[in-house]
Write a protein that binds this ligand. Structure first.
Ligand code: SAH
Length: 348
């Protein structure tokens, strides 16, 4: 049976105030609790030293308290990237990645347990979809990592396991809590949400008045090719997708980032680059190239460095803004879903 209690770490400050009132507690207790959870990142009520025991008891009775358990930490010897495997209260596992850059620390979080989008090159989708993560389970990945590393997180990317726009309401609440001035107060501009391209949700997101960056996993420049790599492309055509991207930019003024993972001989040919230029030229955008990270259950092989460079040079010639994403943590199963899957299958 599911727990009927409310998840206290997913409540907004004003919702928590209402809860305190209904529990006959003073409203200022809400602010204290909220700050312990979202600013001081308390792992449980025991740490909340200025709260009376009776209030803590009441909270335990009426709410659940999300606190992820660290199952494993792996550190890359190549670049210091750390990968964390966390257990949720129901025993499900999620993974997150911590990356150190010159401009600050970035955390990549998961938004679902598993994924149902079925992209053919991705490890996250191999075991299917289990459930959505709650806002507090998304936040707690960042909170745990901040506590464990002792360093402030400045950028958050929702690019781990799961399709964030397939968990839309929880994603919005997560963003609201993460950017709240009474919490970690991370700026909206420092948050990137990556989607495989769920068109109606992209349009809805454009209307939320947010200043986050939207990243679109494109990976192919024709419908035929994209359909081979990503089942979601059966549902939404590239025309519809590009229209939604243009609409997102028009509504928010935020330039879209296109993700393009290169698989040798599949989407890295001269023909691919020509078609991609035609597709992206009219848009104000930025494209991130990354060689496919080989996943042993999948057939794809990452493009050679020279092929990636050639691809980049051609795009740049046409005035398209390109970066080659550094492959962080290659030695620690850096690709989406690899750590969780590796661990689960060793256990079973
Ligand atoms: N569902 C979202 C976010 C999670 S995937 C999305 O599709 O965007 C994050 C990014 O990693 C996506 O661009 C995804 O296509 C890409 N990706 C997944 N597996 C990969 C692999 N093995 N090699 C390279 N990129 C991969």
């Amino acid at each position: 049976m599911t727990d009927p209690r409310m998840d206290i770490k997913s409540l907004t400050l004003s919702q928590l105030q209402e809860q305190m009132v209904s529990l006959s507690e003073a409203p200022y207790r809400a602010k204290q609790l909220y700050e312990w959870m979202h600013k001081k990142l308390a792992a449980d009520y025991e740490e909340m030293s200025n709260l009376p025991k009776s209030l803590k008891e009441k909270c335990r009775e009426h709410f659940t308290y999300t606190a992820l358990k660290t199952v494993r930490v792996q550190e890359s010897k190549l670049d210091g990237t750390k990968k964390f495997l966390f257990a949720l209260s129901d025993g499900n596992l999620v993974e997150s990645v911590w990356m150190k850059y010159k401009h600050g620390n970035s955390v990549c979080i998961s938004s679902q347990v598993g994924c149902r989008m079925g992209c053919r090159f991705c490890a996250s989708t191999l075991d299917g979809w289990e459930r959505n993560l709650t806002p507090s389970e998304m936040l707690d990945q960042i909170y745990c990592i901040t506590r464990l590393t002792g360093e402030r997180v400045s950028n958050v990317v929702v690019m781990g396991t799961g399709e964030p726009l397939d968990n839309y309401e929880n994603l919005l609440r997560f963003i609201l809590l993460l950017t709240d001035e009474n919490g970690l107060h991370i700026s909206q501009r420092s948050i990137t949400v990556s989607t495989c391209g769920i068109v109606p949700r992209m349009r809805e997101l454009a209307g939320e008045g947010l200043q986050i960056t939207l990243a679109l996993s494109l990976h192919a420049s024709t419908d035929t090719k994209r359909r081979r790599l990503m089942p979601v492309a059966q549902k939404y055509s590239l025309d519809e997708l590009m229209d939604a991207c243009a609409y997102y930019f028009e509504k928010t003024g935020r330039r879209i980032t296109f993700e393009y993972s290169l698989a040798a001989g599949v989407n890295d040919t001269p023909e691919d680059v020509r078609e991609l230029i035609t597709l992206l030229k009219p848009l104000n955008c930025h494209i991130n190239l990354i060689p496919i990270n080989p996943v042993k259950e999948r057939d794809f092989v990452g493009s050679e460095r020279s092929a990636v460079e050639a691809f980049k040079n051609k795009l740049e010639k046409y005035g398209i803004n390109v970066t080659i994403r550094r492959e962080m943590g290659r030695d620690i199963e850096g690709a989406c879903g690899q750590l969780r899957r590796g661990y689960m299958h060793k256990q079973s």
